[in-house]
Design a protein around this ligand. Structure first.
Ligand code: CYT
Length: 282
C-alpha cells in the first residue's frame, strides 16, 4: 500500500479538483451538528465514499461528506461527519481527514463535538469553548514514523511537537467575544477523551473530575494532535449534549445526544457563521 502522505495527497488533489475555492479554514462537525453544512454557499458536497482512501463512518447520524464552498464569503472545507477510533479504525485512518485538510491548504481548523458535561453548571445545550485536553484514549494520533511533509507552517512537522497552546488562545478569545456579542456567555473547559463506544461510568467521571476535566467525549483530541503536528491553528467547541454519568440521576442515551444537537443547532450555526470571517482575518 502507498504511504500515508501519498494517500492523503491523492485525496487532497481529488478534492481540489472538485472546486475552484481554496479553503484555508476547515470545520469538522460533530455528532448532531451536521446541519451547519447546509448553510455553506456556492457549495459542492463530496461524499467521503468518492474521495480516494477516505474512511467512512459506520455510525448513524454521522453522514459523511466534505462540503466545499463559502461561509460569509470565506472559502471553507466543512466535514459533515467523522470516523471515530471506537469504530475500530487505526489512528492513521481516524486522522486521515485532518491530514487531507492540511494538504488542501487549511491552516485554521475548527473542531466540534458532542460531549458529556462533567461540570454541573454545563447544562445540556451549552456550547463550551475547549481550553485544553486530556487524552485518555490510550493511543496517540501522531503514532508511527514522522512525516515532515505534513506541515502547513514554518517549523511544523516535527517528531516531537509542542501542545502548550494546542487550542489557539486567540481563536478561543474570538469565540468568547462573539458569543457575548450574540447575547450569551461561553464558558471554557478541559475536554477529556476516552476511546468509547461505551459511555463512561460514574466512577470514571468522578475520577476525571479530579484529574481536571470539565467535558468528556470520544473524538477531537486525535484531530487536534495532528493539526498541531502540521502547525494549524485550532478552535475547539463542544456542545454539551448530556450531563456525564452520575452527574445527575439521568441515564445517557444516544438519541437524546443527537436531539440536543438539533436543538442547539441554530445557536451553534449563528456562532460559527459569525466566527468564520473573524478567524480568516486573523
Ligand atoms: N456524552 C457524550 N460521554 C458522554 O456522556 N456525548 C460523549 C461521551
Amino acid at each position: 500500500m502507498t504511504d500515508l502522505y501519498t494517500r492523503a495527497r491523492a485525496a487532497a488533489d481529488y478534492l481540489a479538483a472538485q472546486t475552484l475555492h481554496r479553503p484555508r479554514l476547515g470545520i469538522i462537525l460533530g455528532s448532531g451538528l451536521g446541519d451547519f453544512a447546509e448553510s455553506v454557499e456556492d457549495a459542492v458536497a463530496v461524499p467521503y465514499a468518492s474521495i480516494p482512501h477516505f474512511p467512512q463512518s459506520t455510525v448513524e447520524g454521522h453522514s459523511g461528506r466534505m462540503v466545499l464552498g463559502t461561509v460569509a464569503g470565506v472559502p471553507v472545507a466543512v466535514m459533515q461527519g467523522r470516523v471515530h477510533a471506537y469504530e475500530g479504525y487505526p489512528m492513521d485512518e481516524v486522522t486521515f481527514p485532518a491530514r487531507v485538510l492540511g494538504l488542501l491548504g487549511v491552516t485554521s481548523l475548527v473542531v466540534t463535538n458532542a460531549a458529556g458535561g462533567i461540570r454541573a453548571d454545563f447544562a445540556p445545550g451549552s456550547i463550551v469553548g475547549i481550553s485544553d485536553h486530556i487524552n485518555l484514549t490510550g493511543t496517540n494520533a501522531a503514532l508511527g514514523a514522522n512525516e515532515p511533509r505534513f506541515s502547513v507552517a514554518e517549523g511544523a512537522g516535527l517528531r516531537f511537537f509542542d501542545m502548550t497552546t494546542a487550542y489557539t488562545p486567540a481563536l478561543l478569545h474570538l469565540a468568547k467575544k462573539e458569543a457575548a456579542t450574540q447575547g450569551w456567555t461561553m464558558q471554557t473547559g478541559v475536554y477529556l477523551a476516552v476511546l468509547g463506544p461505551s459511555y463512561e461510568t460514574p466512577a470514571e467521571i468522578r475520577a476525571f473530575r479530579v484529574l481536571g476535566a470539565d467535558l468528556v467525549g470520544m473524538s477531537t483530541v486525535h484531530e487536534v494532535i495532528v493539526a498541531r503536528h502540521m502547525g494549524m491553528r485550532v478552535l475547539g467547541l463542544s456542545l454539551v449534549t448530556n450531563a456525564a454519568a452520575g452527574v445527575t440521576s439521568e441515564n445517557i442515551n444516544h438519541l437524546e445526544v443527537m436531539e440536543i444537537g438539533a436543538q442547539a443547532g441554530a445557536r451553534f450555526g449563528a456562532l460559527l457563521k459569525a466566527l468564520v470571517p473573524q478567524i480568516a482575518a486573523t
